[in-house]
Design a protein around this ligand. Structure first.
Ligand SMILES: [Zn+2]
Length: 360
């Protein structure tokens, strides 16, 4: 059985994160091993939050003085019930209850949280120095995105707040985000996060086929294929890896064998921007554009994106032989879409910083 990994740890402050009671003692101490735990969990991509009974400004100023405030997202500091704080943190993150842990020196508080959230893992303050040794806090793989997970969430909360208060048209909003999309050749160090993307992009995956890290690695090594990883940043910070493209260079066509983008960025127009870029690259290289599509229960949005880009079912010599190059199990279900590409204008809502496929 595999251990369920904790995705967010919620800390109590007085006599748990720090030694002392802020309102009574005025001054509190942070033990070295607690600082090591906070920094260590952060580096593993485990998010951290706070549920504390304290004066919010006083407590936050103290965290700033200790140099720890940046490590905590969605902090709940006030006089309400801790179970309510946990409810709000779970809602803000969209995680399952069993992915949350809570650490508090008071048995009463742990019992109160456990009563309302039976699946939340509760720990006593004495366990804080040893959390890094526990399997549930030790993800088997730490990717580049796990290391920056906290800043990705911080950026998302700011973005959501700004979007909620923005009244203008969508395109104007998107332009105000100052998005930069980077399209680069995947390297071996990207394989884990690229594989993860092919697994969890069910709504925006053109074939629904899962490619293992090993298969992707063999495509990276193959001169007839390109594995591209797409990352996105905006003025609030990084989104991390949000898309993967698997291309085959055919004699008369550039064939999109897989296009998958994260569901989190659908509203940003990423799929359309990528298809526009691919169309332009095919035109620039002097070949046609082909795309594999297979209907799954959930990828209707991707079909619309392909059709909207002008890809359709039609006959062309460039398609000859496409059927023979895929796994037999999927062969009859895959539709081969086709487009004679033209030069594409730049996307107005984002800057694209991309590899030139004509150069290799
Ligand atoms: Zn053609």
């Amino acid at each position: 059985m595999t251990t369920k990994i904790i995705k967010c740890l919620v800390w109590d402050l007085d006599n748990t994160l720090w030694q002392g009671t802020l309102l009574e003692d005025g001054d509190v101490q942070l033990a070295d091993e607690i600082r090591r735990t906070v920094v260590g969990l952060d580096q593993r991509g485990i998010l951290q939050s706070i549920a504390s009974r304290n004066d919010p400004d006083h407590a936050w100023n103290t965290l700033e003085k200790l140099g720890l405030s940046e490590y905590f997202i969605l902090p709940r500091i006030g006089w309400g019930r801790k179970s309510d704080s946990i409810t709000e943190i779970i809602a803000g993150l969209g995680f399952a209850e069993h992915a949350i842990a809570f650490i508090d020196d008071q048995p009463f508080e742990r019992a109160e949280v456990a009563h309302f959230h039976p699946e939340v893992h509760c720990y006593g303050a004495d366990q804080a120095p040893t959390l890094l040794d526990l399997p549930e806090f030790s993800p088997p793989v730490v990717t580049a995105d796990s290391r920056q997970r906290r800043s990705m969430y911080q950026a998302r909360f700011q973005r959501d707040a700004e979007q909620a208060s923005y009244q203008g048209p969508d395109e104007e909003f998107l332009r105000s985000l100052e998005m930069v999309m980077t399209i680069a050749r995947a390297t071996e160090s990207d394989l884990d996060r690229v594989e993860e993307l092919t697994l969890r992009t069910s709504q925006m995956n053109a074939t629904g086929i899962h490619y293992s890290a090993e298969t992707l690695q063999s495509f990276i090594a193959d001169p007839d294929h390109e594995v591209l990883v797409v990352t996105l940043t905006d003025k609030f910070g990084p989104h991390g890896a949000i898309g993967v493209i698997l291309l085959e260079r055919r004699p008369q066509a550039l064939r999109i064998r897989l296009l998958a983008t994260s569901c989190r960025v659908v509203a940003y127009g990423v799929g359309a921007a990528l298809l526009r870029w691919l169309t332009d690259q095919a035109h620039h290289t002097g070949v046609h554009l082909n795309a594999d599509f297979r209907t799954t229960a959930r990828n209707r949005m991707m079909e619309i994106a392909y059709r909207f880009a002008g890809l359709k079912t039609e006959q062309c010599a460039c398609l000859t032989g496409t059927e023979t190059t895929q796994a037999p199990a999927d062969a009859e279900e895959i539709t081969h879409l086709h487009l004679v590409p033209t030069a594409q204008p730049q996307t107005s809502t984002m800057r694209i910083d991309a590899v030139d496929l004509a150069l290799r």
